[in-house]
Design a protein around this ligand. Structure first.
Ligand SMILES: C=CC1=C(C)c2cc3[nH]c(cc4nc(cc5[nH]c(cc1n2)c(C)c5CCC(=O)O)C(CCC(=O)O)=C4C)c(C)c3C=C
Ligand SMILES: [Fe+2]
Ligand SMILES: [Fe+2]
Length: 353
């Protein structure tokens, strides 16, 4: 029997500092998130970050928390339930960090008699800190607990025409009748170093040059290229005029250089330049979460208003949008009935690196 495991990032169990600290400890001790040697990572995360950040992050989580729980988890559960209504295979949900572990998700499927799993990391773009860490952990769990289970995975889907169509439709629907002057595509950032490390050609990536616009096998695992492509493809589909849209990267942490331009500074700049009405979309996230509901919809709006901006429209993520649900159901059926998606992305990465 076949089964599906949807995987998202995860959230703390509650917005209390102690739960946020536990969650951040697991998240930031992941060697694919803070990718420095173990002793240095422990000193940085446990010695510095976990002494200050949990309180600050807990305050942010409290602002966006819903009665039913973390928006990211609640939205992912709604998505799971809606997909379940459209496919005949059991659909489970897990998170990379926190209590809803990948092991529990796989166990739930195995208990239902599943022998073949389609892992669906809910990230349009590949990143070491998202898709890769999910695939590595799932493989470790399989080897340790479910050696007979067959697992294949959905690769980054950033440039699939059906995804671009669903995303573009959602954007145009939310901007109907809106006379915005500028549309900003804001993606979660990563340290520049992460991009260089996953350049499978070892020589393509120049980060701030035009490498991402020059065709290369490196782009199969280049987060920056994949973000820029989403902007380009959506702009093409929606026939956006040049200079009325741009790309930026949000949520940087620490002092290393992260992908630029930074979203907060970009919003500030547009406000200062006299733009009065801007809209913002966040296509690295498929579910609204702390980074969209607080950092963009609250902090971003505040920056814009402080700089003289008037109208700031935040476009929701795809969440449990009907077209998005149908698209995921379509990919599931393609996996189940054809040979599509049967090559593991992790095998492809390790072979090429
Ligand atoms: C697009 C997906 C994401 C990438 C890439 C990513 C990289 C990344 N993130 C951090 C540090 C933090 N991220 C935090 C929250 C957070 N990150 C993502 C997604 C990506 N992260 C999501 C969906 C969320 C929200 C989770 C929720 O519960 O709603 C946080 C926690 C919040 C905070 O304290 O600000 C941290 C920390 C790093 C270091 C990184 C790449 C190296
Ligand atoms: Fe993050
Ligand atoms: Fe690139």
């Amino acid at each position: 029997m076949k089964g599906i495991l949807l995987i998202n990032l995860g959230s703390p169990d509650s917005p209390k500092p102690k739960d946020v600290k536990k969650y951040l400890g697991e998240f930031l001790m992941d060697e694919r998130v803070i990718d420095i040697p173990f002793a240095a990572r422990t000193a940085l995360v446990k010695g510095i970050i976990l002494n200050t950040r949990p309180k600050q992050s807990a305050t942010a989580y409290q602002k966006i928390w819903w009665d039913e729980g973390s928006p990211l988890i609640v939205i992912s559960e709604r998505l799971q339930n809606k997909i379940q209504q459209e496919v005949e295979y059991p659909v489970a949900l897990a998170m990379r960090y926190g209590s809803m572990t990948i092991q529990k998700g796989l166990q739930e499927l195995v208990d239902k008699g599943v022998k073949e799993v389609f892992l669906m990391p809910l990230y349009p773009q590949f990143a070491m800190a998202t898709t890769e860490t999910i695939l590595v952990l799932a493989e470790e769990i399989r080897n340790a607990h479910f050696p007979d289970l067959k697992i294949s995975d959905l690769p980054a889907f950033y440039n699939r025409p059906d995804y671009i169509e669903v995303l573009s439709n959602s954007i145009s629907e939310h901007l109907k009748g809106n006379d915005y002057e500028h549309l900003l595509f804001s993606y979660h950032g990563v340290p520049e170093r992460h991009i260089r490390k996953r350049d499978v050609t070892k020589s393509h990536c120049t980060i701030d040059g035009s490498c991402c616009a020059t065709p290369s096998p490196a782009h199969e695992f280049c987060y920056r290229h994949q973000c820029l492509e989403v902007t380009r493809l959506v702009a093409e589909k929606l026939q956006l005029k040049a200079h009325t849209y741009s790309t930026s990267f949000q949520s940087r942490l620490g002092f290393d250089p992260w992908l630029k331009p930074y979203t907060d500074r970009t919003i500030e700049r547009y406000g200062k330049q006299g733009i009065k009405k801007m809209a913002i979309v966040t296509p690295a996230f498929v579910s609204d979460c702390l980074e969209t509901l607080e950092e963009i919809a609250m902090e971003g709006e505040e920056i814009f208003h402080e700089m003289g901006g008037k109208e700031f429209t935040t476009i929701p993520c795809l969440n449990d949008d009907a077209e998005w649900v149908s698209l995921l159901a379509k990919w599931i059926n393609e996996w189940a009935t054809s040979n599509q998606f049967h090559q593991s992305s992790l095998t492809s990465l390790t072979e090429k690196l």
